[in-house]
Design a protein around this ligand. Structure first.
Ligand SMILES: Nc1ncnc2c1ncn2[C@@H]1O[C@H](COP(=O)(O)OP(=O)(O)OP(=O)(O)O)[C@@H](O)[C@H]1O
Ligand SMILES: [Mg+2]
Length: 337
């Protein structure tokens, strides 16, 4: 598609591909600005009802305009293909940044920024529902932006309506999402807790190759205390993570205000040594799919059973292959065990 013009968008290059479709960098020739166009694959394209809800959520209150949120301009169609038009964000995904190495100070700065972006959304009644490193873009200057706001429901709908498919990864899902209960702001707080843990401890809080075991761990098991992984992480950090990852929503941070305030307070008091601590280390030549990605593949039949369907649907090569290309699990897992 590179070089093509679609309506008033000139496609410049393909920037990536995820579970829901392909993302291109493009120029809006009418408004003379760079945009990212996310073409949804036929399977994930929303129906009219989902489309209306998407527009309502993504553009609630005249659009969520916040420095830590990637602005969504709209939803358009070209020759029967639906695409999302959003601001183009320079930078790389947090999934990649975690693999290329993060310092504790940077990790907390990213968590605080994402917390601020989510807080602004929650104040307007918008949930993200799919907070994960692949949906966080970090600029060279360290500004973090949350993308894919409000589109997770498209995925949720598809997951419930397409036979035998599982979309995305279970890794960042809160217990209530696994129980197919409605999400609320605390569901996003849980996911941010998982991202925070992953960035700072250098491994996932719940990491099992087997989808059933992964689900059981999320529902029932306590993750290893971060301070037991890196002594540089204090008891205060343990307490923040524990509160963000409380299984019962009532025990969790109830609002992002509390989590962001605690993170800011912790960040202010980091010593230069703690700030520069390399909490996630660069990964060398790791191309294999992550355990979690493999788990998502295996989860296909299991989710089918969970939702009372036969696991006989078509495989989703777009989901599994993209996850295999962008493994999100950092490298210290084995070392930390
Ligand atoms: N607004 C944007 N500006 C610049 N690059 C973007 C933008 N949105 C997405 N990208 C890039 O495109 C890649 C693919 O994004 P996409 O959202 O399709 O995949 P994903 O987040 O890995 O999976 P999912 O479908 O679950 O969201 C991202 O890794 C990111 O690098
Ligand atoms: Mg995404």
């Amino acid at each position: 598609m590179t070089g093509e013009t679609i309506g008033h968008y000139r496609i410049l290059e393909k920037v990536g591909e995820g579970g829901m479709g392909v993302v291109y960098k493009a120029e809006d020739t009418r408004l003379r600005r760079l945009v990212a166009l996310k073409f949804l694959s036929a399977r994930t394209a929303p129906d009219a009802q989902a489309e209306a809800r998407f527009l309502r959520e993504a553009q609630a209150g005249g659009g969520l305009d916040h420095p830590n949120v990637c602005r969504v301009h709209g939803l358009e169609e070209h020759e029967g293909r639906t695409f999302i038009v959003m601001a183009f964000v320079e930078g790389e995904s947090l999934a990649r940044r975690i693999r290329s190495g993060l310092k504790l100070g940077e990790a907390l700065d990213i968590a605080i920024q994402i917390g601020e972006g989510l807080k602004a959304a929650h104040e307007r009644g918008i949930l993200h529902r799919d907070v994960k490193p692949a949906n966080i873009l970090v600029s060279a200057e360290g500004t973090a932006k949350l993308t894919d706001f409000g589109i997770a429901f498209v995925r949720d709908r598809s997951r419930l309506t397409l036979p035998g498919t599982v979309m995305g990864t279970l890794t960042y899902m809160a217990p209530e999402q696994l129980r197919a209960e409605d999400a609320d702001p605390r569901t996003d707080i849980w996911a941010l807790g998982v991202v925070l843990y992953e960035m700072c401890a250098g491994r996932l809080p719940f990491d099992r190759a087997d989808a059933v075991k992964l689900t059981k761990a999320i529902l029932e098991e306590d993750p290893l205390k971060p301070s037991a992984i890196h002594p540089m992480l204090t008891q205060e950090f343990d307490e923040i993570v524990e509160k963000a990852l409380a299984k019962a929503r009532e025990d969790r941070y109830q609002h992002l205000d509390g989590l962001v305030a605690d993170l800011r307070s912790l960040r202010r008091r980091l010593t230069p040594g703690q700030e520069a601590f390399a909490c996630s280390v660069p990964e060398i030549g790791r191309d294999a799919p992550s355990e979690a990605a493999s788990a998502a593949t295996r989860a296909r039949s299991w989710i089918g059973r969970l939702f009372g369907r036969r696991p006989d649907g078509p495989p989703r090569p777009d989901v599994t292959s993209s996850q295999a290309r962008t493994p999100e699990r950092p490298s210290r897992t084995d070392q930390a065990r």
